[in-house]
Design a binder for this molecule. Structure first.
Ligand code: AGP
Length: 367
């Protein structure tokens, strides 16, 4: 049956509002809410016996992969190499015998990632794909596939499929951590508990729509926008910038907050909004001090944080949006939602074709 927009103006808006349900469904697929145990189907490789993992994907799926790298390296102490498929396939990467790879794709049809898949398999790597379309080429040609339970995604800008990819990768990171004896049952339970809090917090963020629309009114006036974040929030900064470029046609860049002083800080003036992703946690102080630097140079800092980070940021930020507080592990999933919502509102204000942005295809099946 054809998928409709229901009462929403755009597919993207509808799909943004599906975040809580999709996250709940995807998490339940890989995590037992009663025992707080991650339950993965049989994988094509044993995470305890590999020395290195390759992640390949394109666009937003690659950014999910970048978050996956941070998680897997941290929780499973497994070295991960993450690259965009169009680079990976041509850089003749050295691949050790018995190696493994994770490919991420909503459509499962992206040409560059299909080429990466074939190259990996020819090099004797065991490939697990994380896809949203079960009957896709990628799902069929991989050694194993994990499904994101996002349902059909029609808007060209990926929203719910992206957070569902994060949910699967989070479960994989926990599963790998356990398999490699880097996580205790207690750690596993604590991380699982944090993940299970995501759907209800996602719903709460969608209720903050009016606040995010107000921020969008400021951002819609800008010609250039910077997104900053540290750690696993850095790929989310990149996702915010990608989404804004893609549907509002406003130039945006994402940077690791600590990298700003190495160049991008020269761009800072009162015309460039600096969108900061700054949840409380171990990286808060460092990020806040990077933001303060930007503010001291006339930058207009607009920060997303939680109740614990609020007061410190209010001292210099022009706008602070307080999101629900959640364990650090799950912050990338949660913070992806307001940046996608922000891009959506900016695009609507600009009057662009939100679901079908110019020059773009939902699934890029050409090189
Ligand atoms: C995301 O908003 C983009 N439209 C794009 O970057 C997309 O994520 C990319 O083309 C990958 O597509 P896939 O997940 O279907 O492989």
């Amino acid at each position: 049956a054809a998928v409709g927009k229901g009462n929403y103006r755009h597919f993207m808006e509808k799909e943004l509002h599906e975040h809580p349900a999709v996250l709940g469904d995807t998490l339940r697929q890989y995590l037992d809410p009663k025992t707080l145990e991650v339950r993965l189907p049989r994988l094509p490789f044993d995470p305890a016996r590999i020395g290195r993992l390759t992640i390949s994907a394109c666009g937003s799926a690659f950014l999910a992969g970048m978050v996956g790298r941070y998680w897997i390296e941290q929780l499973a102490r497994l070295p991960v190499d993450a690259d965009v498929a169009s680079e990976f396939r041509y850089r003749n990467p050295p691949l050790a015998d018995g190696g493994a790879a994770i490919l991420i794709s909503q459509s499962g049809e992206t040409a560059d990632n299909m080429a990466a898949l074939r190259l990996l398999r020819e090099a004797g790597q065991r490939v697990l794909s994380v896809v949203n379309v079960p009957e896709s080429s990628m799902a069929r040609e991989s050694d194993g596939a994990l499904l994101t339970v996002a349902g059909p995604e029609i808007g060209v800008a990926s929203t719910k499929a992206f957070t569902a990819q994060l949910a699967v990768l989070a479960c994989l990171a926990i599963g790998f951590g356990r398999a490699r004896r880097e996580l205790s049952t207690l750690d596993e339970g604590r991380l699982a508990q944090t993940l299970l809090e995501v759907p209800s917090h996602a719903a709460a963020i969608l209720e903050q729509d009016a606040q995010i629309r107000e921020l969008a009114m400021e951002v819609a006036k800008a010609r250039d926008v910077l997104f900053l974040g540290r750690g696993a929030m850095y790929p989310i900064a990149l996702e915010g910038a990608l989404k804004l470029k893609e549907i509002s046609y406003i130039h945006a860049e994402g940077y690791a907050a600590g990298e700003m002083k190495h160049g991008p800080i020269a761009l800072i003036d009162s015309d460039v909004p600096v969108i900061a992703l700054c949840p409380s946690g171990p990286l808060f102080e460092k990020t806040a001090s990077n933001l303060q630097e930007a503010a001291a140079r006339g930058g207009r800092v607009m920060a997303f944080t939680d109740a614990e980070g609020e007061a410190a940021l209010r001292r210099f930020a022009e706008r602070v949006i307080v999101l629900p507080r959640i364990g650090e592990f799950a912050t990338p999933i949660l913070y992806a939602i307001p940046v996608q919502l922000l891009a959506y509102h900016v695009a609507v204000l600009k009057g662009t074709d939100v679901d079908q942005p110019r020059n773009l295809a939902k699934s890029v099946t050409v090189e």
